[in-house]
Design a protein around this ligand. Structure first.
Ligand code: IMP
Length: 194
């Protein structure tokens, strides 16, 4: 069975194809010849994941899934949340976002936060399945580690001595928000196919 993953992120594609095995062939947006930007205009992570999957389904009428992720910080009322990618403004870098977050949390002793990923799988015009992955942790005072991307250097999962940026990718994928949501998607797909 062929499934479109509404992304051009090669890392995410490879990760999911490895977990899912050869029962499903995952096609990227590039593979299907789609070169536009997909709108992400919803006020929630769930809404954006659904919007992206629906947008591609409406054009190709083939099973498709899309993901959306945000970092929700308790002391900032859930910010940056759905705006995680552009917290410090349009065209900002990961470093800009991290610096702004540390600045906004300056003086706060409550560092609790969570990463949340939602994957929306659109199988038909009316059938949409949602898979959520959450990991809770603290925002550190400073950047620690060089690996990963985004907010990884300042996110330390509860019970861990290391930030995401200090862990190997295998360990991070095993416990991360996106890893957990992906595992749920994969078991759903495997059951569907059996
Ligand atoms: P996306 O929806 O996967 O594109 O994620 C939106 C934004 O959340 C990214 O631009 C990153 O800033 C942040 N983000 C998503 N996943 C991670 C992660 O695993 N580690 C650190 N930051 C992440």
């Amino acid at each position: 069975m062929e499934l479109i993953f509404a992304t051009n992120n090669a890392h995410k594609l490879q990760e999911i194809q490895e977990i899912i095995g050869d029962k499903f062939k995952i096609l990227s947006l590039k593979d299907i010849g789609f070169n536009e930007e997909i709108p992400e205009t919803q006020p929630t992570i769930e809404g954006n994941a659904k919007q992206k999957a629906q947008y591609i389904f409406d054009r190709y009428e083939k099973p498709v899934f899309a993901d959306d992720t945000g970092l929700e910080v308790d002391a900032l009322n859930g910010e940056p949340g759905v705006y995680s990618a552009r917290y410090a403004g349009e065209n900002c870098t990961f470093e800009d976002n991290v610096n702004l977050l540390l600045k906004n949390l300056d003086g706060h002793s409550n560092r609790h936060s969570q990463f949340k990923t939602v994957i929306a799988l659109q199988l038909s015009e009316t059938k949409v399945e949602l898979f959520e992955g959450i990991i809770k942790g603290d925002i550190t005072e400073n950047c620690l580690g060089e690996k990963g991307f985004g907010y990884d250097p300042i996110f330390k999962p509860y019970g861990s001595q290391q930030t995401f940026a200090e862990m190997g990718s295998e360990e991070k994928n095993r416990i991360s928000h996106r890893g957990l949501a992906t595992q749920k998607l994969v078991s759903f797909l495997k059951n569907l196919h059996d």
